[in-house]
Design a protein around this ligand. Sequence first.
Ligand SMILES: C[S@@+](CC[C@H](N)C(=O)[O-])C[C@H]1O[C@@H](n2cnc3c(N)ncnc32)[C@H](O)[C@@H]1O
Length: 229
Amino acid sequence: MGWKEFWDGEHAIYVNARHRLLHDRRIATDIAALIPSRDAVVLDYACGEAGEAGIVAARCGKLILSDQAASVRAKLAARHGGMPNVEILDPEGVRALPAGSVDLIVVNSLLQYLSRPELDDLLAMLRPLLKDDGRLVIGDVIPRGQSPVADAVSLLRFGFEGGFLIAAGIGLVRTFFSDYRKLRADLGLSFHDEHEMLAILDHAGFAGERRRENIGHNQGRMTFLARRA
Ligand SMILES: C[S@@+](CC[C@H](N)C(=O)[O-])C[C@H]1O[C@@H](n2cnc3c(N)ncnc32)[C@H](O)[C@@H]1O
């Protein structure tokens, strides 16, 4: 199994329904805060199930949700397909979007699953889609040297604040024996330090900067804002 199959199958990345709800709500609220105007076209790339995408859709003109996993897109269609300003696309559909048509592209919690060539290809695909003043936001980038223990502590804190601490503890034990951990050990994850990310963005034709706060609850990870250079 690779990451692609992992995301297309059943997985227990959330410890319970409350964790999923609070995660989705936090991500959607953070994305909504980045929207430049009420009529903005927003692309959430590698959006996952995006359970609270309605929060984002309510704040923009059009929301494009895209994920490579067919099973995820089916869930997106079932949950959000009825919203008039939401479109669900596979990555090829994103590639075919008109140049200069998107105000905000968000890529959250994806880079750790991409090789460097895949990341370069992704940036090359996304860059032409941005309007002249459009912005690319890449969130949840894991710096080198970040240990899984830091992620575990962050989850426990999120669980404490969100009222699912015990489930978070049980979830961590379950993760230890899960496909996720085996895949993480076998395939590894990609890590990027701040200066590397800025160099990768520069190489891809973006002017980037690190944002003070990360998208989502894990503040040990990083978010970058970028415009076409
Ligand atoms: C960790 S989840 C992140 C979901 C969401 N962005 C969030 O922050 O909650 C990663 C998602 O990226 C999708 N994905 C992985 N590789 C992808 C790629 N190359 N293009 C598009 N989606 C991808 C997976 O199917 C999965 O749903």
